[in-house]
Design a protein. Structure first.
Length: 710
């Protein structure tokens, strides 16, 4: 048919659709510029490999859906059968539709059929204005009998120069831990079998040139946008082919397409950058900020009461806590777990979504009125997908639990999982949540939690994670329709459900249940690889962390929490007036910097000393920036090298000074660095030479405000 060349931002995509089979991706990566149409065939031909000995007699090329029938011997992109037949496909191209209007997303739709396997395939490709590629497959069963689908995963090629892999793993309170290794021959597979995205999910699987970092190197990355079981992988074949891909991880028998039935893969988000990981984040953040439903109002400073009161819900104490919250500048007050029937601990009550009249004899109205009377928004914690066996709803409807016939899965946090795909369970949850939000119109925010994995998650005797995930999406979508002004946070025992599909329906994520500032620096750094700061909840915890028992001063905790959707999770009624005044100063600083923090370009510093971390946010017009330089531990070197400040306009001069209005960090030095506490230098100098930092004590952070002076 044709050769398609799409260009957006700094990215090009070239598709060869001249043959009878599925098109192949000739190039996905750096912008090739305006390649003349007459040169496109030569470009394609230049990428066709020779025929090597002991191989197929014609060159094998990687199509949009690699098939064994075309010589692909790598990981199957499509796996399924029709009662033992139709297990291998040979799709033939029917049509290719290209929409390429300047200033908008470019789109390609590929339509293909395999008449022998009686299957139809639609491949949907979008290259958005930021240069982010979105890919989805749709498969239809054209046969008379069912087609058992085992796997359908979009894949994309990456060039041979991508020799290293970076992905993330983790656990509860230690999410987003990076790991790097060579992109060697073989397959690196990351599977999530938690029934939710998972604390160990790799938000991005990145392939890059040797030694790539935050500010340098070419990188290619994929994200599987799905909140259930999923797979993301990198594969390098002895043939020289290298691919990245991902999709839903289906259990045996989970999806059987009836005649005429269709299955759509989760979206695979794919990004390229020739300026390292920060460039990749810029592509993703730009895409997310351009969404119609992206938060458009200032992200309110939030106080969540969990680490202040836990299950001890005393109305007078909570009202006093709201008074202190208003005093320090909080803008949203969230009542966490413990407000509903029988919920005095985590072993009972979950699923009975009625206000506990023993604690709240007049309902939540008095507290909501008290909070909103201060001008604060009111939020409420819920965990709709879960149930305690010690609850009225479980006793009445044990059949509403995800399980295999005859037994319950192992308990986790004393709870089981409701089968949201069960029509009656779905109707109950929708009805109760709708009733709460209707009775209490002052609720403007739901912290939607999800505190356990889905294990042996059966639905009517069959694997149920697929249907559960779709049902949760439907539930969230319907609530948003009925209550469009209510914001929702995706929390899953911390960062266990962070993905771009849940974020189509929610307004932020809770990155971790760990508020230890030292741990949070890493968790937020790597969560920010995918998400911009305004989508990530970052709270100031107590002086002694309840998850690590580590002690930090307020300045370190506050400067860490500054770079996100800011908040507090701390009993601020139990601290002295002087500490509350300092807390108020940090909240005021965040509010002053919030327009920059929640719109600017995120930068992270590649510093040779592992004890020195630096990151910042730079205005897109280069007019201002804020940087944080943190000392994680003592260094081997007596004085670490200068810290570069990337992202500034090299043609402008900047005034650099510590952030005003808050205490400066603790240092151990006889004299200040040569530049003292303020200087004026060019953007090129600050980015290339940098500044020697004060000798910070461990677990201290220096905040720098940078403003253009010409």
């Amino acid at each position: 048919m044709t050769i398609v060349h799409l260009r957006r931002a700094r990215t090009s995509l070239v598709l060869d659709a001249r043959g009878a089979g599925l098109p192949r991706v000739v190039h996905w990566g750096a912008d090739l510029g305006p390649v003349p149409a007459d040169d496109l065939p030569a470009l394609v031909d230049a990428t066709v490999p020779p025929v090597a000995p002991s191989s197929f007699d014609a060159p094998t090329v990687l199509s949009l859906l690699p098939e064994a029938g075309a010589g692909w011997s790598g990981r199957p992109a499509l796996s399924g059968h029709r009662d033992g037949t139709a297990w291998s496909t040979a799709f033939r191209l029917d049509d290719l539709v290209v929409e390429d209007t300047a200033g908008r997303s470019a789109r390609v739709t590929v339509l293909a059929r395999d008449p022998d396997a009686r299957l139809s395939l639609a491949v949907e490709i979008e290259l958005d204005p930021a240069g982010l590629l979105l890919l989805r497959h749709r498969l239809r069963n054209d046969g008379d009998g069912p087609y058992a689908l085992r796997e359908l995963t979009p894949v994309l090629p990456v060039p041979a120069v991508a020799t290293e892999l970076l992905d993330l793993t983790g656990r509860w309170c230690r999410e987003r831990s990076p790991q790097r290794h060579p992109f060697a021959t073989g397959t690196w597979v990351r599977e999530g079998r938690h029934g939710r995205t998972g604390h160990d999910a790799t938000l991005l699987l990145v392939a890059g040139t040797a030694g790539f970092g935050f500010g340098h190197g070419e990188v290619w990355a994929v994200h599987t946008a799905w909140s259930g079981d999923h797979v993301t992988f990198a594969e390098r074949r002895p043939t020289g082919d290298s691919t990245l891909g991902g999709g839903e991880l289906l259990a045996p028998g989970e999806v059987a397409l009836a005649p005429g039935g269709e299955y759509a893969t989760p979206l695979l988000y794919a990004g390229f950058s020739d300026t390292g990981l920060d460039g990749l984040s810029h592509v993703l953040h730009t895409h997310l900020r351009a969404r119609p439903h992206h938060p458009s109002t200032p992200r309110p400073v939030t106080l969540n009461v969990w680490e202040a009161v836990y299950f001890d819900h005393d109305p007078a104490r909570l009202a006093a806590l709201a008074d202190h919250a208003a005093e320090v500048g909080v803008e949203r007050f969230v009542l966490d777990d413990g407000w509903f029937s029988g919920r005095r601990h985590d072993r009972a009550g979950l699923g009975d979504w009625f206000v506990d009249t023993d604690v709240w004899p007049d309902g939540l109205h008095p507290l909501i009125d008290h909070v909103t009377g201060h001008g604060l928004q009111f939020g409420l914690w819920v965990e709709p997908e879960m149930v305690n066996p010690d609850s009225d709803v479980f006793r009445a409807h044990p059949d509403w639990v995800l399980s295999v016939p005859g037994r319950l899965p192992p308990q986790w946090r004393h709870q089981q999982v409701l089968d949201v795909a069960h029509p009656d369970a779905y109707a109950y949850l929708l009805g109760r949540l709708d009733a709460l939000l209707t009775e209490y119109p002052g609720i403007g925010y739901l912290k939607w939690d999800h505190n356990r994995d889905l294990t042996e998650a059966g639905h009517h005797g069959r694997p149920g994670v697929h249907e559960q995930t779709l049902a949760v999406y439907r539930l969230l979508d319907e609530l948003r329709v009925r209550h469009p002004g209510v914001e929702i946070e995706s929390c899953a025992s911390g960062g266990g459900r962070v993905d771009l599909e849940i974020l189509r329906r929610t307004d932020r994520v809770w990155a971790s249940d760990c508020n230890d500032a030292l741990e949070r620096l890493a968790i937020q750094r790597w969560t920010g690889l995918l998400l911009p700061p305004e989508l990530v909840g970052t709270h100031i915890g107590p002086e002694r962390s309840h998850t690590t028992h580590r002690v930090h001063d307020l300045g370190f905790r506050a400067s860490t929490a500054l770079f996100g959707h800011h908040g507090i999770e701390w009993d601020i009624g139990a601290i002295g007036a002087a500490e509350r005044r300092e807390l108020a100063a940090w909240v005021a600083l965040h509010k002053r910097l919030r327009p920059l923090l929640h719109s600017g370009r995120v930068v992270r510093v590649d510093h040779p000393d592992p004890a020195v971390w630096a990151h910042g946010v730079v205005a897109h017009d280069g007019s201002r920036a804020v940087y944080a330089v943190a000392r994680l531990a003592t260094s081997v070197a007596q004085v670490p090298g200068p810290v570069r400040l990337p992202g500034l306009d090299p043609r402008r001069r900047y005034a650099v000074r510590p952030a005003a209005g808050v205490p400066e960090p603790a240092v151990q030095q006889v004299t200040e660095p040569g530049w003292g506490s303020r200087t004026t230098l060019g953007g090129a100098v600050l980015a290339s030479v940098g500044l020697q930092m004060p000798a910070l004590h461990p677990e201290q952070t220096l905040l720098l405000e940078v403003d253009a002076v010409d």
